[in-house]
Design a protein around this ligand. Structure first.
Ligand SMILES: O=C(O)C(=O)C[C@H](O)[C@H](O)COP(=O)(O)O
Length: 210
């Protein structure tokens, strides 16, 4: 399972967190992000059309690696798996959630923001975790501190990450990629500004590789 999530977190340095309000936005949004160099897509289960959006992007967006975010309960695991999610992301982690994910056979990036939470998941064999909410939970200094005693765990910081601070996270030895919603703004989706979203994705990728 950890090699499966490793494939996901290694595929792109920045993971767009997508809140899709209209199903017809899903495919053009996915295409814009992939064209901008961000193939790993996290579709949050926060909206009514999220599961259909996952299905549509998987069927129609070439090159996308499609995952579900906001996977909070065993029921979420079941419906996100049925929609064809290739990976899951959760804001936090509970034993019941992790049991359900393990039974599904689909890899997850579970959310944590404290050493005890990291250690609980290390006991279960996890090496890749989401650090959430990254900025509010201590940001770069917190990840540096966790990396002292627990260097074997790698993180995808998400929550308050943006074009300005992403390099400070990616330069840490225990950060493998970052996530964020800034390159998929809801107002640009409603305006159908897919070229603008592709440009934001391209900028994010370039900043991550600078
Ligand atoms: O929806 C989820 O499952 C989450 O866990 C939260 C998201 O990862 C953050 O909301 C993204 O944060 P921003 O980039 O600051 O918007």
């Amino acid at each position: 399972m950890q090699s499966a999530i490793e494939r996901v977190v290694s595929a792109a340095p920045v993971v767009p967190v997508m809140v899709i309000e209209k199903l017809e936005h899903a495919v053009p949004l996915g295409r814009a992000l992939v064209a901008g160099g961000l193939p790993v897509l996290e579709i949050t289960l926060r909206t009514a059309c999220a599961l259909d959006a996952i299905k549509a992007i998987k069927a129609e967006v070439e090159g996308a690696i499609v995952g579900a975010g906001t996977v909070n309960t065993p029921a979420d695991v079941e419906r996100a798996a049925a929609a064809g999610s290739e990976f899951f992301v959760s804001p936090g982690s509970t034993p019941r959630l992790i049991d359900a994910v393990e039974a599904s056979g689909i890899p997850i990036l579970p959310g944590v923001n404290s050493p005890s939470e990291v250690m609980a998941l290390m006991e279960r064999g996890f090496k890749y975790l989401k650090f959430f909410p990254a900025e509010a939970a201590g940001g770069v200094p917190m990840l540096k501190s966790i990396g002292g005693p627990l260097p074997q765990v790698k993180f995808c910081p998400t929550g308050g990450v943006n074009l300005k601070n992403l390099q400070s996270y990616l330069s840490l030895p225990n950060v493998v990629c970052v996530g964020g919603s800034w390159m998929a703004p809801v107002d640009m989706m409603h305006a159908g500004d897919w070229a603008g979203i592709e440009k934001l994705a391209r900028e994010a990728r370039a900043a991550a590789e600078a």
